[in-house]
Design a protein around this ligand. Structure first.
Ligand SMILES: C[S@@+](CC[C@H](N)C(=O)[O-])C[C@H]1O[C@@H](n2cnc3c(N)ncnc32)[C@H](O)[C@@H]1O
Length: 241
């Protein structure tokens, strides 16, 4: 179970790392895979939209790209992230675009989520499950804040898939972080991750499916997504009666 005190004493280092990384994060918008990913998640939620559905929570929202894509599709989105740099950029983009129902809140998903039971119709967690300290406890929180019948979409690196080169819109291979900064951030984060074994998690599809089902979701579908990454879509049972 997550408690208000869950967390490693050095989590601020990790949070700072993500805040610094926010300066580069939107370079990934140049990647065709990333653009297609946002479109697919938007389509999956659109296909599961019930009358009256409007609220989506985006856990580990980063600079808000998925949140904003969903808001453009008519959803009222709450993005949650713990890195101030990520949130600043997300809020700035929402403000500049204007007219979208997207709000961004600071929160640590390794602690109990600060939302009422059933506060959202659907939940997403894209490319952030590797930072979840206790996946079963986190998914129980996701299920708690999601309304019966709502769905959960997550995108995660599958440790069984091989690393493949990323492509940009022209089909050429590219890295999405400039080498010098990438080197500095990654070496620091790897050193930090090694100091707290188990905190940078890799899953495989069966393990992720079991975890999500363990939290009460059903109808699990697993799809190929970005290179070496999979997406899982699952649903909570509808309320009885
Ligand atoms: C790889 S980025 C993904 C961002 C976004 N979902 C996307 O796909 O564009 C992972 C995000 O998870 C956030 N994150 C990591 N640990 C977190 C935690 N404990 N609580 C909240 N957010 C966290 C990071 O700050 C970062 O913005």
């Amino acid at each position: 179970m997550l408690t208000k005190r869950s967390g490693h004493p050095l989590t601020w280092v990790e949070r700072l790392g993500w805040s610094i990384h926010s300066r580069q994060w939107d370079d990934c918008l140049q990647l065709q895979d990333y653009q297609e990913g946002m479109q697919r998640v938007t389509e999956w939620l659109g296909a599961r939209r019930r009358p009256g559905d409007s609220r989506v929570v985006d856990l580990g929202c980063g600079t808000g790209n998925y949140s904003l894509a969903l808001a453009r599709d008519g959803w009222a989105v709450t993005g949650v992230d713990w890195a101030p740099g990520m949130l600043r950029r997300a809020r700035g983009k929402a403000r500049r675009e204007g007219g979208l129902r997207a709000e961004f809140r600071r929160g640590d998903f390794n602690r109990p989520l600060e939302f009422e039971d059933g506060a959202f119709d659907h939940a997403i967690c894209i490319a952030a499950m590797q930072c979840v300290a206790d996946p079963a406890a986190f998914l129980a929180e996701v299920a708690r804040v999601t309304r019966p019948g709502g769905c959960f979409v997550t995108v995660f690196k599958d440790r069984r898939l091989n690393e493949m080169p990323r492509r940009d819109a022209s089909g050429t291979s590219q890295s999405y972080v400039k080498p010098s900064l990438k080197w500095r951030i990654l070496t620091r984060m790897k050193a930090y991750a090694r100091s707290k074994p188990g905190w940078v998690r890799r899953y495989d599809r069966d393990e992720m499916a079991r975890l999500v089902e363990g939290a009460g979701f059903t109808g699990v579908e697993v799809h190929p997504f970005y290179p070496n990454t999979r997406a899982l879509v699952a649903q909570l049972p509808a309320a009885a009666g």
